[in-house]
Design a protein around this ligand. Structure first.
Ligand code: GLC
Length: 477
C-alpha cells in the first residue's frame, strides 16, 4: 500500500509524459506549421521534365551545354502519353508515402503546369497539352496524399537573366531582377493556385552568385503566405542543402524570421542531428534525380527501410526520389522496391509515422564496407548524381536502430542478434511488456530488467528479414 502511494505520488510530481529513453524534444520548434511532417515522415520526390527525354538526369542541358533553342525544340516534342496521375499516386500510396513533392519547374526553366507568365510550359509548348500538376493534384486529393511543388526560384537556364551557368550568352544573358519579376514571382503565384501543402525551393543564387538575401527571400515568402498561410517552405529558399549542417544560430534565427518552416539537408545525406524540430532529407533511389537510363544502382527495399528508419530515429522526414521516363512511367525496379518497402510499412508503420528519436541514437551502426568498396560507391554516385562533390551520400549500415513514442520503444533489427540483446539506459523506465509488430501474439520473447539494464532473448529467427520490430512498452519508474 505504501509502495502504491509512493508510485502515485511520484507520478504526480513528474510532469513529463515521456520516459527517459524517449526524451522529449527540446529542439527549436521552428515556425510550428510543419508539424504534419512528424506524422507523415515519408514522401515521394519526383524529378520529371523535358530532360527525361535525354535520359541523363536533370542537369543535362547545362552539362552538355545544349543551346537554348535546341533544348526548346526538344521541349516542343515532349509527349509523355503514358502519364497517369492516379497510377503515380498509387505507387506513392502503396509505398507508404504520405506526400509527394514534384518539380513544377526545374533549372531548365520548363514549367510542368499551365502558365500565363511563360508559354514555355507543358500545356502551351507541347503536343501533350495536359496540365500534369493539375492532374496530380486531383489524384492526390482523391488518395489523401499531400502534394507539394518544387520550384527552381533563381536558377533558370531558359529565361534571360535567370541565375546559373551560361553557355549560350545570346539567349541566357539578361537582367536577374527582370527574371524574378517577369517569371519567378508570377509563376510562384500561379503554382499557389494548385493549393500545394509545401513549396520546395532549390539552389538559391543571386546575380552575383551569392546567397539569396532575406529581402529577396521575403518577396517569395510573401507570395506564398498571401495565398495560403499554412503552406510550408523549405530552407533552400535561402541556403543550399550543403550549407544547412553548418548554419550558425543567427542564420537559423534569420531563416525563422523570414518564415522558413523546415530545414532541407544536403542531397543524399542523413545528418547526425538537427537544431530544428522539423527537417527533411532527400535521397535518390538509384544515383540520379531526373531519369537516367544507365543508372541501375537501385537501393534494395531493405536499404530504403534502413534509411527511412535512420531518419525517423533522428526526428526527420524522408523524401525519396523517383525519376519517371519521358513517356511518363516510373521505372519498374523503383516501383517494385518501393512496394516491397511499403509492405513492411503496412505492418510496422506504428514504429515510423509519428515516431521520434530515442537515447539509443546511432548505437547499432556497424561498418561492413572496405574503404575501396566505399570509394567505388562514391565514384558511382558522383558520376550519376547532380552537383559538385558531395561527401554525405554514403549509406550507413545498422545492425539495429531505435524509434519511440510515449510509452513505447521500437527496436528495429536489421541484423538478427545471435546472443541475448542487452541495452542500458533504463534508469527511469520500467519495461512492462513486449511484442513484435509483425506478430503480437505468438512469438516468444523474454525481457528481463535489472536496474537500468534490459536483456532481451529473441526467437531463433527474425520475423522479417528486412527489419523485425520489437516494441517494448514502458512506464516511468
Ligand atoms: C540538387 C540538384 C538538383 C536536384 C536537387 C534535389 O540541388 O542541383 O538538380 O533537383 O539536388 O535535391
Amino acid at each position: 500500500m505504501k509502495r502504491l502511494t509512493m508510485t502515485v505520488l511520484s507520478g504526480l510530481l513528474t510532469c513529463s509524459v515521456f520516459a527517459q529513453v524517449i526524451p522529449e524534444s527540446t529542439a527549436d520548434k521552428s515556425t510550428g506549421r510543419a508539424a504534419w511532417l512528424d506524422d507523415a515522415k515519408y514522401g515521394m520526390f519526383i524529378h520529371w521534365g523535358v530532360y527525361s527525354t535525354l535520359e541523363k538526369g536533370e542537369w543535362v542541358m547545362c552539362r552538355s551545354k545544349i543551346p537554348v533553342a535546341e533544348y526548346k525544340e526538344m521541349a516542343s516534342k515532349f509527349n509523355p502519353v503514358k502519364f497517369n496521375a492516379d497510377e503515380w499516386v498509387a505507387v506513392a500510396k502503396n509505398a507508404g508515402m504520405k506526400y509527394i513533392t514534384i518539380t513544377s519547374k526545374h533549372h531548365d526553366g520548363f514549367a510542368m503546369f499551365d502558365s500565363d507568365a511563360s508559354e514555355y510550359n507543358i500545356v502551351d509548348y507541347t503536343p501533350f497539352k495536359r496540365d500534369v500538376i493539375r492532374e496530380l493534384k486531383a489524384a492526390c486529393d482523391k488518395a489523401g496524399i499531400k502534394l507539394g511543388l518544387y520550384y527552381s526560384q533563381t536558377q533558370d537556364w531558359e529565361f534571360p537573366g535567370g541565375a546559373g551557368r551560361k553557355w549560350d550568352q545570346a539567349s541566357q544573358k539578361g537582367d536577374f531582377r527582370n527574371y524574378i519579376d517577369s517569371k519567378a514571382i508570377p509563376q510562384l503565384k500561379e503554382i499557389m493556385a494548385y493549393e500545394p501543402t509545401h513549396i520546395w525551393f532549390d539552389t538559391p543564387h543571386s546575380d552575383a552568385g551569392l546567397n539569396t538575401t532575406p529581402e529577396l527571400a521575403g518577396e517569395f515568402v510573401a507570395v506564398i503566405r498571401k495565398a495560403d498561410p499554412d503552406c510550408i517552405i523549405n530552407s533552400r529558399l535561402m541556403y543550399h542543402g550543403n550549407q544547412v549542417e553548418g548554419l550558425k544560430s543567427a542564420q537559423l534565427e534569420e531563416l525563422k524570421n523570414v518564415g522558413i518552416d523546415f530545414l532541407s539537408y544536403r542531397d543524399r545525406t542523413i545528418p547526425p542531428k538537427s537544431p530544428w524540430e522539423y527537417w527533411e532529407t532527400c535521397m535518390t533511389l538509384n544515383g540520379a534525380w531526373g531519369y537516367n537510363a544507365k543508372d541501375n544502382n537501385w537501393k534494395s527495399p531493405k536499404q530504403v527501410i534502413m534509411q527511412l528508419t535512420e531518419v525517423v530515429s533522428k526526428g526527420g522526414s524522408f523524401l525519396l526520389n523517383v525519376g519517371p521516363t519521358a513517356e511518363g512511367l516510373i521505372p519498374d525496379p523503383a516501383v517494385k522496391n518501393l512496394e516491397q518497402a511499403g509492405e513492411w510499412l503496412k505492418v510496422n508503420g506504428e514504429a515510423i509515422y509519428g515516431a521520434r528519436g530515442t537515447i539509443f541514437d546511432g548505437e547499432g551502426q556497424f561498418i561492413t564496407r572496405t574503404a575501396a568498396e566505399q570509394a567505388a560507391l562514391d565514384k558511382e554516385a558522383l558520376a550519376t548524381g547532380a552537383g559538385r562533390k558531395k561527401k554525405g551520400h554514403k549509406q550507413k549500415d545498422y545492425a539495429w536502430l531505435a524509434t519511440g513514442r510515449e510509452g513505447k520503444l521500437y527496436l528495429h533489427f536489421f541484423q538478427w542478434p545471435t546472443a541475448p540483446f542487452v541495452l542500458h539506459g533504463f534508469d527511469k523506465d520500467k519495461v512492462t511488456g513486449s511484442y513484435f509488430l509483425a506478430d503480437a501474439e505468438k512469438s516468444p520473447v523474454n525481457v528481463e530488467q535489472e536496474g537500468g539494464t534490459v536483456t532481451i532473448t529473441l526467437p531463433d529467427q527474425p520475423l522479417d528479414e528486412l527489419n523485425t520490430v520489437l516494441c517494448l512498452t514502458l512506464v516511468e519508474k
